[in-house]
Design a protein around this ligand. Sequence first.
Ligand code: FES
Length: 571
Amino acid sequence: MSKKLRSQTWFGKYDILGFAYRSWLKNQGHPDHVFDGRPVIGICNTWSDLTPCNGHFRILAEMVKRGVYEAGGYPLEFPVMSLGESLMRPTTMLFRNLASMDVEETLRANPIDGVVLLTGCDKTTPSTIMGACSVDLPTLVVNGGPMLNGKYGGKDIGSGTDLWKFTDDLRAGRMTMEQYMEAESCMSRSDGHCMTMGTASTMACMVEALGLTLPGAAAIPAADSRRRRLAHLSGNRIVQMVKDDLRISQILTRDAFENAIKINAAVGGSSNFVVHLLAIAGRVGVDLCLEDFDRLGSHMPLLVNLMPSGYYLMEDFFYAGGLPAVIQELKAHLHMDALTANGKTVGENTAGAVCHNRDVIATYDSPWKKEAGLAVLRGNLCEDGAILKPSAATPELMRHRGRAVVFEDIDDYHARVDDPDLEVDKSCVLVLKQVGPKGYPGMPEVGNFHIPAKLLKEGVSDMIRISDGRMSGTAFGTVVLHVAPESAIGGTLALVQNGDMIELDVPNRRLQLDLSEEELARRRAAWRPRPPYTERGYVSMFLEHVQQANLGADFDFLVGKSGADVPHGNH
Ligand code: FES
């Protein structure tokens, strides 16, 4: 270690400032020698009682501390805004950028040389990484791990995925309220995040694929003692990363992003992957666009048979070999020489990986499904793009022309969707407006909105649904998401009316509203935006600065990085 650590610009002073910096920390019992120039490691903890998926993070933080002390570092744990998917209204996505600002400013303002990010529930991963990218210190991620498989009625049940199914069963009269309540207690039965290949598991795979964790981190269940061991070893490793000055920008190269896109396709990752990876790329300065996801990912086969695209759950994925086994299957298609956080390449980290269950992780040549990745759609209904996840969709609907049934916003939807007089049949295309970044606001996960009850009772299980919102990573269906520009700013989606014909052609990547240019221009001239949701506080800043989904929905002024330097001291 030749370079003077940034923490020494605090602790290496022997004047009034150095006295103050050290003295107040000593009230926690820290001895003199922790200020002697050893790496200071921040442990960025997204623990909160309000984020049950991250409820075990105090223990994980202690394990990281053990590892940091053992390797000769000085750990300092700090809390940041935690985003709990299950409770927050109107949607955690409204606060992802705020949490990223918390992480960025806390890292920059404090004597931290390297950081371990403790991440779990969906948005806690991208938000902390986005913030860390903008400071660009040595950074390692310890994800909290998935819950154990849910168990109900003698079967495995998955977070979210089975919630949608049970709710449809209840609405269709196939399940009683007593059974529904019993299932509620059977779904979440250990520490950890959603154990389907939902957004949290997708994010865990994403960070491992990007090289930001130690190998094999993504799939270890939260309840498995190897999760704590991983945290301990990560504490060891981050100290060396600081000594080597191995910063996050050296790991997050274009090659790393390309690997992540291909691996996400092979694991059947959430559509939310797109918006978060775009935002992370924007922070670290890697040129990535929506088409990259289709170009790189949509020719990959789906190898991992996990809900919502398959049958198994993350616990099974771990026992089958986890992400290293997937990476080995894909090795001919990945940048195996990409550097990862442990100082080794992707190829070196996964060289001995073995698959123990081909039902869970299929081979490249005989995949679980041929159709993987995300299709990026273009057309007059989505000039700046929209996405669809083919592996979660109904094959017969991938090419379809149907009559639009339009809901003007989420309240209109709730008021009318189950109306027996709603003029809808299974060939219709359901359209939901005002659920984009600015419209809701916050781009909630309502894109997989339920189909009308009267069709459910007829046995219809899927219909084309189109919106400018997102979809839960645990959800499924022929769902067109992230339509940009969104309806709230006058995108063509805002102009769709009941009875218009819409054409979806996934093989040709097309989404078209069948109206003449003249009629579209007439409607556009008559369109007026709604008054702002609020004119005060954080949300007013969000409304002013959030970008569209095809740009990652980051704030315009947060794109890029400003490094770790602070020009002035605090006195
Ligand atoms: Fe936290 Fe699903 S609710 S990961």
